[in-house]
Structure formats: structure tokens, C-alpha cells
Design a binder for this molecule. Structure first.
Ligand SMILES: Cc1cc2nc3c(=O)[nH]c(=O)nc-3n(C[C@H](O)[C@H](O)[C@H](O)COP(=O)(O)OP(=O)(O)OC[C@H]3O[C@@H](n4cnc5c(N)ncnc54)[C@H](O)[C@@H]3O)c2cc1C
Length: 343
């Protein structure tokens, strides 16, 4: 039996890894020119990537994920705890020893998890630049992209349910209840933008600060240290406080400069001396991950999408992306749980 996996983020790659280990046939189709999806990174050296998306894992909360990290030989460290800056419009700035509970980070950055999986998979089974537009069930499964057709027996949908409902034409159609459930399911974090600053050292640590900031006063509402553990390079990222519409009125450079001014206010003007590069990742601009509806999304919904459809697709389709997970919808751990349930 051949499984066709649509999507090359964590869920799709983990499914491929598990199928390969079990000696089963598979094929993975990824729309973009890289693997990783919402766990992609910005490479700053051969061994380090700064997270564009997922940053933390939580040891107490995600046991299966930590088993996988161990199996792949990946190592991790605790997010630094200590003095966090609280910046309030009403009360001004204060430094409190009340750390943001942020779990663990991977040595080399979260994209190391993606790289480790890709490295173990048969490259002939992985296809980049193949955006699936149609899937047809006629006894066999036919999966169509712009320039190719692939034949298999069952489908693992490793893309967010809302994208699947909007971008893929299912023949025969999916039941109405599935289409409306999937369309309503927010793609977690898709409305957000990250401003990422790479410094040659984490100079804020010398000031006794963790680099973490919680603010309702600046252009970034949460700022975190994403330097390596030993402090051989420095990096901070902040989530933009602006709405997707407000962001679309500004250039990346304008947003990054406003963020830098905010950082100067917390860590001093030396910050410019240490700055090596900066980058803005606005997930609403990522056509393979966000839809127009995601520009309006609010917060995290703790509801998972229906992973199994009734009717014609009942036996040959399983949703395995994170949003299909019953326990951790939206999180990395959810991508593993939804996949494990489908296998
Ligand atoms: C800014 C941000 C911060 C986050 N922080 C955390 C965190 O700290 N901890 C945590 O646990 N989680 C976090 N998350 C969530 C986490 O990244 C996701 O839960 C996880 O990466 C989802 O993996 P996935 O494989 O299910 O889906 P995705 O990563 O969304 O992968 C889907 C893949 O499908 C591809 N695709 C889309 N359409 C098609 C098509 N038609 N044909 C073929 N391929 C297609 C996409 O290009 C993409 O590669 C964060 C996410 C973001 C964006």
C-alpha cells in the first residue's frame, strides 16, 4: 500500500519517517521549495538556524516529542530564566524575576528536527515544489499538482485543515460537515509576524537580563532570547503587535527599525553596535500556510479538526497536521500525535 503525504512540515516528515521504518511505501509532496513549514528557520551558520516559527518544546507536556528528539540524537536546553522586563503603557517599565515559562529549545534551533528527519528519508520519495491542487478517488488515489500526477492508495493530509478545504479540490467532494469544520479551524500562529535580530553576542546577559520582555507599549508585544546556550552568538525575536492590515502598510525595514528602537529602550543604544542582520517573517504572507481568513484569526483555539471523513473518503484519507491532534492542536507535539493516530 502506497501512502501519499501532502505537506512537508513536521507532520508530513514524521509520517514518512514512521512509514519508512515500518517498511511501507510512501511519497511526500511539498508545495514550497523547502521542508519544515511552520518549523522553518533562518540559517545564520552551518550549525545554527534562528526559528521563523516554532521555538519551544515542553518536556513535561510533550513526552512523545522528547522520545523522538532522543531517537534522532538531538539535544536541548532550558530557555534562560530570570529577570524579565515588563513594559506597561500604564505603569511603565519594571524588571521582575518572574520568568516567562518557555520550556526547552533545541541546540542549533528547531529546524534541526526537520533536518534530522529529512536526512533519514529516501530523497527519491520527497518532492519539493509540488503544490497539490486536486485529489481524486477512483479505486486508486490520483493526486494532481501543476505539472504531475501521482498514484497511490491512501492520503495523509499534512497541511492545515483550512488550507486543505480552500486550496484542494476533492473528487468526490468531502462531506459538508467536514468542509465547514476544516474551514473554521484556525491555523495556529498563521496571523503572526516575527521580527528577528541577530547580534554577535547576547550582550543583555551581562546586564543581568534574560532578554525576555512582555510589553503592551511597543511594536513587539513579546520578545525572547533565541541565542545559543553558551552565548557564542546573540539573537532576539519579537512578535509584532501590529495587525496584518497595519503591517501591510509598512515595509519590512520600517517595521524592523521600529522594533530596534523598542529594543534600544530596554537594552541601550549599544544594541546597534552588536547587530549583524535582521529579518521579518510575516506568516500571513506565506501563501502555502495562511489564507485570507487567517488575517482575522484571534488567539489559540483548543479544538481539533475532524481527522476522518465519513462517506467515500472514510478509509483512504487521514488528517495528520497539527490541527488534527485531539490533545495538542496547533503545537509541534500535535503533529506527532495526529500522525501516530493515523498510522
Ligand atoms: C510563529 C510561530 C511560532 C510557533 N511556536 C511554537 C512553539 O514554540 N512550540 C510549538 O509546539 N509550536 C509552535 N508553533 C506551531 C508549530 O510550528 C506547528 O504546530 C507545526 O510546525 C505544524 O506542523 P505541521 O506539519 O502540522 O504543519 P505545517 O508546518 O503548517 O506544514 C504544512 C506544510 O504543507 C505545505 N503545503 C501547504 N499547502 C500545500 C499543498 N497544496 N500541497 C503540498 N504542500 C502544501 C506547506 O508549505 C508546509 O510545508 C508555532 C508556529 C508559528 C508560525
Amino acid at each position: 500500500m502506497k501512502t501519499i503525504i501532502i505537506g512537508g512540515g513536521l507532520a508530513g516528515l514524521y509520517a514518512a519517517y514512521r512509514l519508512q521504518k515500518a517498511g511501507q511505501d510512501y511519497l511526500l509532496l511539498e508545495a514550497s521549495d523547502h521542508f519544515g513549514g511552520r518549523a522553518s528557520g533562518w540559517a545564520i551558520s552551518e550549525t545554527n538556524e534562528l526559528e521563523l516559527g516554532a521555538t519551544w518544546v515542553w518536556k513535561d507536556f510533550n513526552p512523545t516529542l522528547f522520545e523522538l528528539l532522543d531517537e534522532l540524537g538531538l539535544t536541548y536546553f532550558d530557555h534562560p530564566a530570570g529577570a524579565t522586563i515588563y513594559d506597561s503603557k500604564v505603569e511603565g517599565k519594571s524588571i521582575l524575576n518572574r520568568p516567562y515559562s518557555a520550556g526547552q529549545r533545541l541546540v542549533g534551533g528547531m529546524p534541526q528536527l526537520i533536518k534530522a528527519l529529512v536526512k533519514r528519508l529516501n530523497p527519491h520519495k520527497l518532492h519539493l515544489n509540488q503544490a497539490v491542487s486536486q485529489v481524486t478517488l477512483k479505486g486508486k488515489l490520483l493526486v494532481t499538482t501543476a505539472d504531475q500526477q501521482f498514484v497511490g492508495d491512501r492520503l495523509f493530509l499534512a497541511i492545515p485543515p483550512r488550507l486543505a478545504a480552500q486550496r484542494i479540490n476533492f473528487q468526490p467532494s468531502l462531506p459538508d460537515d467536514v468542509m465547514s469544520d476544516w474551514s473554521e479551524q484556525e491555523t495556529w500562529m498563521a496571523p503572526h509576524a516575527k521580527l528577528i535580530y541577530h547580534f554577535d553576542r547576547p550582550f543583555w546577559r551581562k546586564q543581568g537580563l534574560t532578554g525576555d520582555v512582555i510589553s503592551d507599549a511597543g511594536p513587539m508585544f513579546e520578545i525572547h532570547d533565541i541565542s545559543d546556550e553558551a552565548g557564542q552568538f546573540g539573537a532576539l525575536f519579537g512578535f509584532s503587535s501590529l495587525s496584518p492590515d497595519e503591517r501591510s502598510q509598512l515595509t519590512d525595514q520600517e517595521q524592523l527599525e521600529a522594533g530596534l528602537v523598542q529594543l534600544e529602550g530596554y537594552f541601550g543604544s549599544d544594541i546597534r553596535k552588536y547587530l549583524k542582520a535582521s529579518l521579518l517573517k510575516d506568516w500571513t504572507q506565506d501563501t502555502f500556510l495562511a489564507t485570507e481568513a487567517d488575517k482575522l484569526a484571534k488567539g489559540h483555539q483548543f479544538k481539533s479538526a475532524q481527522a476522518v471523513a465519513s462517506g467515500a473518503w472514510k478509509y483512504q484519507l487521514r488528517g495528520i497536521a497539527s490541527e488534527f491532534s485531539p490533545s495538542y492542536p496547533g503545537y509541534l507535539a500535535g503533529a506527532l500525535e495526529a500522525t501516530d493516530l493515523a498510522l
